[in-house]
Design a protein around this ligand. Structure first.
Ligand code: CA
Ligand code: ZN
Length: 295
């Protein structure tokens, strides 16, 4: 039978103190019902962004306790399905995002989802590519608000975390305590205006514990690419850390020294940006799967 965590089981920070919403064994398929990043407070463009309850921003559904997970393991999260609601929300907020200082009034936009497109206006219909903005486990130290990304995952806003991709998260606490939310119907790299097409929905994942394999940061496997993901207040440091994580994976998997592996990364690896609008920015480094997993 399918396991379900309903959208009223919400947390606002990832922490080892959070009480599990559900406990399952490794290998179980679980459905997470999620609210949008405004906790579904917006349903009309007449609403004022300033009047929202800002204590209810970035809710994540969970956490899920996975029985076999112990610190030092890796939690494999296979994203089997992402279903989204029938409308999404975007916002312009003075002071927010890379144009923030030039925005003097706020605005809310409601985007109906029709035939797999987000309707931006009469002329512009954007094909949906549903993704998970916030997904992570309890972090190693203090609680981390869901708005922040880190080694535990969190608000990575990585538009490659889509249906069919597999996310690998380091485990820091027994049970791992997986939680997720902040779906986007579609979002560009960088999320320059601070919102994607924010939307509620339902995510079906299969969770599995991998023993004897340690990660510093989240990693992702998609159809033809693998990614390492790192976040830092300094974008260069985020880029460097994600590339270093990939370097070590390549050295180990392909049995190469640093010179050889570094040249391979330089030849076919790509530095990409997930988001640059949170205090900690998130970078990912990609490599073609057929090169890394050829053994
Ligand atoms: Ca986000
Ligand atoms: Zn979002």
């Amino acid at each position: 039978m399918e396991k379900l965590i309903t959208r009223d089981k919400l947390i606002y920070s990832m922490s080892s103190e959070n009480k599990p919403a559900l406990e399952v064994e490794s290998g179980t398929t679980v459905i997470f019902e999620t609210c949008d990043c405004f906790q579904d407070q917006i349903s009309s463009c007449e609403q004022s962004i300033e009047k929202l309850n800002w204590d209810r921003i970035n809710p994540a559904t969970g956490p899920l306790y996975v029985k076999e997970a112990e610190p030092g393991d890796v939690l494999k999260v296979e994203i089997q399905k992402i279903e989204i609601n029938d409308y999404g929300v975007m916002a312009a907020i003075p002071g927010s995002g890379i144009f923030g200082e030039n925005i003097d009034s706020s605005r809310i936009k409601i985007l109906p989802i029709k035939d797999g497109n987000a309707v931006f206006n009469n002329d512009i219909h954007i094909p949906c590519r549903p993704m998970i903005g916030v997904i992570g486990v309890a972090p190693e130290g203090e609680a981390i608000p869901n708005g922040e990304p880190g080694a535990h995952g969190g608000n990575m806003d990585n538009n490659k975390i889509v249906e069919g991709s597999v996310l690998y998260l380091p485990v820091f606490h027994p049970g791992a305590l997986l939680a997720m939310g902040d779906l986007h119907a579609v979002m560009g790299d960088g999320e320059v205006m601070v919102t994607g097409v924010e939307i509620g929905g339902k995510v079906t994942v299969k969770v599995e514990v991998i023993k004897g394999c340690k990660l510093n940061n989240p990693a992702l496997e998609c159809e033809d690419m693998v990614y390492t993901i790192a976040s830092n207040e300094d974008l260069y440091k985020a880029v460097k850390e994600s590339a270093e994580d990939m370097l070590h994976i390549v050295m180990k998997k392909l049995n190469m020294d640093i010179n050889e592996a570094g040249m391979l990364l330089s030849a076919v690896g790509n530095t990409e940006i997930c988001q640059i609008v949170d205090p900690k920015m998130t970078a990912r480094f990609s490599m073609p799967k057929n090169i890394i997993l050829r053994s």
